[in-house]
Structures are given as structure tokens and as C-alpha cells.
Design a protein around this ligand. Structure first.
Ligand code: F6R
Length: 262
């Protein structure tokens, strides 16, 4: 794992954008596939990618975007459904074509429809050649995507119940807690681990405990984000507040400094 700690959220976003662009540059002879998280954590990163496009350092016009998750039961076009959120916060910012945005279909609340949608989503990701770089945030309870504590480490896209904590945390996007869906369709931890590179962004002290447990605690379903430890190419971008619980901090900083110049 590459663990990069920056003084504040802006530098964190800039380093995360750099890690994303380096990962996407490895996609040759086919359109790059960028895995997209929603929520507050990656917003600065998406703005940085937008700046890279404006400067001519990046071009997402032929890229595909693949969402991590979607709420179940929101009507199509609901402003807090993740398709709409990603259209606003990513497509509109980095120039990704809306028809290249893939989001699991959570519009039905029927179990059989959702099971079919989950299988179709896995097939769609495979047909795109897999995800080159998956952007991730972390829940204060250690969730990754909407894989809540207790999620199988090898899980694939499926329906999950949202935890009470996650529903409370996300109530800020709705008119009240009662409007927050109870279920979602989410890429599984196994699906996420298939991406060629993972880039996690976490800022603020509310994430410090989850970050420490995920990066330095045991690999366990109780902390789903601990699967980051299993992936061969994970870049973790933190600000000082989110890194506050890390015990091995000096080592990460030394490693980030790279090899001594001869
Ligand atoms: C969003 C997602 C979640 C969020 C996490 C952190 O697609 O899958 O795992 O990344 O809940 O959310 P924020 O960034 O809003 O704190």
C-alpha cells in the first residue's frame, strides 16, 4: 500500500488525482474504465481531474465510468440516486459521456429484478475489460462501497441492507432519515478487489478510527475496508486529520519520499 498523507483536503485531492491519472495511463489500446464513488470524499479529486482536462493533461471523452453502488427503490431521475449524482458531479466536471456511465439498476424493489440487475452489472464490468482505477471513500464504520461490516470478503455485486449508521450519515442528502433508502445494490468486496488499482480518499477526523482500523488492523469482514490490505496496488490519500490514528506514520512518510537520489 502507498499511504500518502497531505496537510489538508486540497493537497489530498491533488495527490489522489495524480494516482488516478497514473493508473488510467496504463490502459492502452482500449478506453480506460474509471470506477466511481459518490459521497463527499472524492469531490475534490473529481474537480482536480476536471482541471487536468482543462489543462490538456487528461481526456475522458472515450472513458467509461462505473459506479460502485446505487440505492434501491428510488425512482429513475431521483436527484439523490447515484446515476443523477454522478452525472452532476463527474460527467459534468470531467467530460465523461453520460452514455458511458454505468450504474447498477436499483429502480425496482423486487428481489428477483435486483438479482438480475446485480448479475447484469458484473457482466457489464467484465465486458468493458474490468476497472482500471477504482476511486473509493470509506464509511465511518469502515464500509467500502456499501459493503457494511460483516460483508463477505469475496462478495460480488448484490443487494445489501444499509446500516443504521450509514443511513444516518447519508440523511444529509435527503429531506430526512425516513427518506433514506434501506437497501442498495453495491459492488462486492471481491468485485472491488478485481480493479487494477484502488485509490482511497479520506479526509477529516470523523474518518480517523476507520482509516486506522482498515490500514493497520486485521483483515476482517468487520472492517470491510481492510480488504485494501489484500490488493497489490492500493494508493491511500489522507489528510492529517484522517491519518491521526495511524501508528506507523513515520514509515509511510519515509516511503512516500522515495529512493534517495544518488
Ligand atoms: C459511495 C460509497 C461509500 C462512501 C462512504 C464515504 O459510493 O460507496 O462507501 O464512499 O460512505 O462517504 P463520504 O465520502 O460522503 O464520507
Amino acid at each position: 500500500m502507498e499511504i500518502l498523507v497531505s496537510p489538508g483536503p486540497d493537497e489530498t485531492a491533488a495527490r489522489a488525482a495524480d494516482a488516478v491519472l497514473r493508473g488510467l495511463a496504463r490502459a492502452v489500446d482500449r478506453p480506460p474504465v474509471l470506477g466511481l464513488a459518490t459521497g463527499s470524499s472524492p469531490l475534490g479529486l473529481y474537480r482536480q481531474l476536471g482541471r487536468a482536462v482543462a489543462d490538456g493533461r487528461a481526456d475522458f471523452s472515450d472513458a467509461y465510468g462505473v459506479a460502485l453502488d446505487e440505492y434501491v427503490g428510488l425512482p429513475p431521475g431521483h436527484p439523490e440516486g447515484y446515476r443523477q449524482v454522478l452525472l452532476r458531479e463527474v460527467c459534468g466536471v470531467i467530460g465523461l459521456a453520460p452514455e458511458h456511465l454505468e450504474v447498477p439498476d436499483g429502480s425496482s424493489a423486487r428481489a428477483a429484478d435486483l438479482e438480475r440487475a446485480a448479475v447484469a452489472y458484473e457482466e457489464r464490468i467484465a465486458s468493458l475489460g474490468g476497472v482500471d482505477v477504482q476511486v473509493l471513500g470509506i464509511g465511518a464504520n469502515g464500509h467500502l462501497g456499501f459493503n457494511e461490516p460483516g460483508s463477505a470478503l469475496a462478495s460480488r455485486t448484490r443487494v445489501k441492507r444499509l446500516s443504521a449508521r450509514t443511513r444516518r450519515d447519508n440523511a444529509r442528502f435527503f429531506t430526512g432519515l425516513d427518506d433514506v433508502p434501506t437497501h442498495c445494490l453495491t459492488q462486492g468486496l471481491g468485485t472491488i478487489l478485481d480493479a487494477r488499482r484502488l485509490v482511497l480518499v479520506a479526509t477529516g477526523d470523523a474518518k480517523a478510527d476507520a482509516v486506522a482500523a482498515a490500514l493497520e488492523g486485521p483483515l476482517t469482514a468487520s472492517v470491510p475496508a481492510s480488504v485494501l490490505q489484500w490488493h497489490p496496488d492500493t494508493v491511500v490519500c489522507l489528510d492529517e486529520a484522517a491519518a491521526a490514528g495511524l501508528r506507523n506514520r513515520q514509515y509511510y512518510d519515509d516511503s512516500a519520499a522515495g529512493l534517495p537520489t544518488a
